[in-house]
Design a binder for this molecule. Sequence first.
Ligand SMILES: Nc1ncnc2c1ncn2[C@@H]1O[C@H](COP(=O)(O)OP(=O)(O)OP(=O)(O)O)[C@@H](O)[C@H]1O
Ligand SMILES: [Mg+2]
Length: 1038
Amino acid sequence: MENELNKRDHTGVQDFVLLEDFRDPTAFVENLRKRFSANLIYTYIGPVLVSVNPYQNFDIYNEEYVHIYRNVNFYELPPHIFAIADAAYRSMRGDNRNQCVLISGESGAGKTEASKKILQYIAASSKHMKDVEQVKDRLLQSNPILEAFGNAKTNRNDNSSRFGKYMDIQFDFKGVPVGGHILNYLLEKSRVVHHSDGERNFHIFYQLIAGGTPLLLSKLKLTKDAENYHYLTQGKSVRVDALNDHKDFSHVKHALDVCDFTTQEQEALFSIVASVLHLGNIQFEENEDGLANISDFTPVENISQLLGCPEGVLQSALQNKTIEAKGEKMKSPLNKDQALYARDALAKGVYDRLFTWIVNKVNDSLNSRKRMKCSLMGLLDIYGFEIFGVNSFEQFCINYCNEKLQQLFIELTLKSEQEEYQREGIAWEPVEYFNNKIICDLVEGKPVGMIAIMDEECLRPGDPTDSTFLEKLNINLGQHPHYFSHSSATDTAARRSIGRDEFRLLHFAGEVTYSIQGFLDKNNDSLFRDLKEAMSQTSNKITSMCFPASELQDKKRPNTASTQFKNSLAQLMEILMSKEPSYVRCIKPNDYKRSDLFDDRIVHHQVKYLGLMENLRVRRAGFAYRRPYDIFLNRYKSLCPDTWPHYDGTAKEGVEMLVNHLQYSNDDYRLGKTKLFIRFPRVLFATEDAFQIRKHDLATMVQARYRGFAQKKKYLTMKLAAIMLQSHWRKVAAQRLLKRRKQAAERLRGFIKGFIHRLEPECDENKHFIQYTKYNYLMKLKETLPKTVLDKTWPSAPQLLQKTSQLLRNLCMRNLTLCYVKSVTPARKAQMEEKVVAESLFKGKKENYPGSVKEMFADTLLDSTQQNMLCSIFDAKVKQQDEKVQYSAPVTKFDRHGYKSRKRVLVLTDKHLYLLDEKSYLLKDKLPYQQITGVLSSSLSDGLCVITINMDDNGSKENLDDTLDSKGDLILHSDRLIEVITKTVIHGNKSEAFQVISEASITHGISGGKKGYIEFTRGQTSAVKKAKNGNLCVMVAQ
Ligand SMILES: Nc1ncnc2c1ncn2[C@@H]1O[C@H](COP(=O)(O)OP(=O)(O)OP(=O)(O)O)[C@@H](O)[C@H]1O
Ligand SMILES: [Mg+2]
């Protein structure tokens, strides 16, 4: 309704209770018209749905609409048949109450369509599961079957239901449809043999002829032309534009398959349909005795073949009537009229029983296989109130049925309304409405109801006729305010309008004049025994089942048709009363099936007889609007600061606070126990308008809140995710650490074990340890290897690698040596050789030897000037041509006599030892090497040496200098004595002549065979000088 409130100005009101002028039928119809023009066919009167037949298809029943209306509060969306279905479905599930939807309205108003929409909604909104799909399929497919056999084109409706139908849909505890059950009411079987102009027989006949394959038709001995069949041509409207018999037949075939009709059953079924057509074609002619003779036997042959019935039996049954009198059976031949009557009675009887069989068969297929307690939703689609040109027994029953339904509607709506007022503690204001109970009583009352009188007349001995029945009616009911007849009518105009064989009932929906003709006969519903017998003997499974032989034995007279109908209606009322009803009131906008015509007069009429105004008045009964407190408060609480955003007290208190704040006047509203009642629509509209304005502000606030909430939610989700990630990561890290520790412990244990077994031959225990030790040792060794040959350090090796260490050490040394050797130049090599000689001469013998080791030996100790002098003087003048200077150095020479020191240059060639004057470079001494007998040196660290000379050697005497010869051994001093002596020994090849004298003095020869002495002492400073004793004293610093 709230939704409707928003739209109220555009398309009238969506709920009539909001109609300001609720007592005016014109305003009511105007509202319907307005909405009809806007293609809005549904309007509510409170919970009742008023539906106007649009006579055109709107796309408002698709999946999307099913979805929109599913689980939404009734008033929240525009009125729709789906809303009714959904509310009933939810109430069934929520309150656990069985439901029924009562669909009423006159013929063509859209009842059957509405019931199909409800079924469609139920099927579409329940879950899709394989076995459920099958049930739903069968529920939906039961429609085309029953419509084919039970619907026909009438002048009011191309697809008029000619039977009443109540269908229970069964749901399991989950709300899933699991089965169904159909009750059928009074098929208009007279249509099989007769229908008015412009009308047709039941659809199935035309569908079979139009849609049956040539093979099927030839089997059924039918021709393709409906015009050939007497029963199909009375209305002269075999073809109907709005219907496609050919296509519909294939739908029916499919539906029969879905609903489990076997091929044999279908064959039997169509054989019966065809037999009815053949039956209609049986013609009789009168013989001389006035008795009926069959004029053409072909149809009879066809029937006996199709139904499997002996031809003679059928023939005889169609022409005779067996009478039982005083225990004796007598065959009485029929006259032509009687035979035609018997033929038609058989056709009607067969078709009627076939229809009941079909309903039972459909019920079998809908029967829930699961044995459980089911919730039920009933759909009542029953023929609407109808007035034809000639109204007979059928219309009487149909209109009686509608009276009963109206009665139920009044009872339930009024009662529930009154109950609500009582429940809510609000004073009930009586509502004026027409209660049609009086008409119901007129029809069904005992002992003077119409049905009772009719039954009595049927059973009465003698010769009851329709006229005698009419007389009885007139006598008994002539004074009834709703019964009129020619004789009982008070004014002439009325008398004229009613024929002598007619009576008129003033129904709640209008006056209907009935023709009395056929009433008794139809009420008796008798079928001659012979025909029943013939049918019971058929081999056709359906006819033999529908006409059981046991029926013939049963002596008890069956109930009349009207009593049966009355009883079944009473049962139906009981069923409906036990359920929670919902109402759909259908209205047709015009009599011409036009989508663009809204005939006020016709609609007016329907509104009146459907009692919609009463319904509205009752609903309004002073209050246009009512809502449970919580719902009202929830919607409008934002309009009052005390109730917004939450009200802590009860909903009723909240609403009280709210209406005070909104300044409702005392007359505007009432507070019930659970609901608020608002008297005038304008009060509600004002509230709603205020709410619409407030809604915008609220929307902004809600949006902001929601955004905040959404962000917070997002943040919390992320935080949670982060915490989870962290904890997972910690777990993973801890697991890894544990694994590493385990591995480490394992490694350590292995290491210790390896250490324990390290000296044993390689085995599993020590393998890794040994490998590690080797690796470790080698790595350490790599870092600490000696870099030079002289470096004698070598890292200590573990015990198990001692041998390896030794081998490696040798290898290393060899390698270093090799490298070293490779790096030595020839000059260096010569130097080394000289050093080696020096070592052999002095090592361990002379004190200053270690100090000399590091000094490199040179080829000359002269500076460049001296060398030039040596070159220019000595090379040119002194040395021999082939002589080669090997060494030169400045030395000090001490005279053998007097030990005077003289500066000299020592030159060693490959042949001689020369001493040159330091300044002039003139030769002072020249000594061939072979004359050198000894080279003497002290063991101290002095620089003095004595070169002893052999004076006797003849070979060299001639080379000797005179002075040298006379002077004796040479006493030389050099700061680089080791070098000088080594060079002399090498070039003179005198290594064996060298001697270190460890004594304190050395004796040297002086010319003339004399001897001199050189003393060696240690003192404060180093000095060489002549001592007082005449000896040369060499003092060596300590
Ligand atoms: N909601 C609808 N949308 C479109 N067309 C509709 C609707 N309701 C009814 N009709 C049209 O009106 C025709 C008559 O409707 P329907 O057969 O339901 O009437 P009825 O009330 O069952 O009549 P009867 O009492 O004769 O059986 C349908 O065949 C269909 O063409
Ligand atoms: Mg119908």
